[in-house]
Design a protein around this ligand. Structure first.
Ligand code: DX5
Ligand code: ZN
Length: 220
């Protein structure tokens, strides 16, 4: 099975971002965490910065919006050319309408669920999305510990995707490293975000290759 490894630039050096984007050119997409200090208690950057990342990145953008009022702001990220735009279920008033709007603009539409948000309502809506992101930590910060109790959500999603013959991207984000990636792959994830486990290493390209090999070995 094809797996995707998406390094999170939250763990990159913000004043050497172009250099760090080149370092991860062997990855699939670059995971870009937008935080507004309202939906989550942390602040990163907005559309102007993401637009510049889009200009210089050798690989496509996987934008993860941790912002309130997603209905209003998410389309802007699709318009600036991001390949994938993921908003939080908890921050959107009409997730299906928003996903349709993102697709119309030309982006893959993703929906993210915090650890405490149930996945069941989204099973029957699966075809409306190109990616479902199961948060494996509380969103807001890098470097937290993986929450294995979120894995049953992936098992449900993977079974539903199989039933439908869907090739939807099932993404995990938070605490993914060389020891936790196997669990997530076994549960059914096929798209893996890793911040500290890539940029925290002396050789990020090697870390990407190792994460990819492990995910592939444990996916089915
Ligand atoms: C957390 C962000 C993650 C973060 C992951 O809210 O959504 O993308 O960068 O960082 P690690 O891989 O270090 O847990
Ligand atoms: Zn993220």
């Amino acid at each position: 099975m094809t797996v995707r490894i998406n390094p999170s630039i939250l763990a990159a050096d913000f004043v050497n971002l172009q250099r760090d984007l080149e370092v991860i050119a062997s990855a699939d997409l670059v995971h870009v965490d937008v935080m507004d200090n309202h939906f989550v208690p942390n602040l990163t950057f907005g559309p102007q910065m993401v637009g510049r990342i889009q200009d210089v990145s050798p690989i496509p953008l996987d934008v993860h919006l941790m912002i309130s009022d997603a209905d209003r702001t998410a389309p802007e990220y699709a318009e600036l050319g991001a390949a994938s735009v993921t908003f939080h279920a908890e921050a959107a008033t009409d997730p299906v309408a928003l996903a349709r709007r993102l697709r119309e603009i030309g982006a893959r539409a993703g929906i993210a669920l915090k650890p405490g948000t149930a996945v069941e309502p989204y099973l029957e809506l699966m075809d409306e999305f190109d990616q479902i992101l199961i948060m494996t930590v509380e969103p807001g910060f890098g470097g937290q510990s993986f929450m294995p109790e979120t894995m049953p959500k992936l098992t449900l999603l993977a079974a539903e995707a199989r039933r439908r013959g869907s090739d939807i991207w099932l993404q995990v984000d938070g605490g993914i490293n060389e020891s936790t990636i196997s669990q997530a792959a076994e549960a059914g994830a096929n798209t893996f975000v890793a911040g500290s486990a890539v940029f925290g290493k002396d050789n990020p390209a090697l870390a990407i290759a190792e994460l990819r090999a492990s995910a592939q070995a444990h996916s089915h």
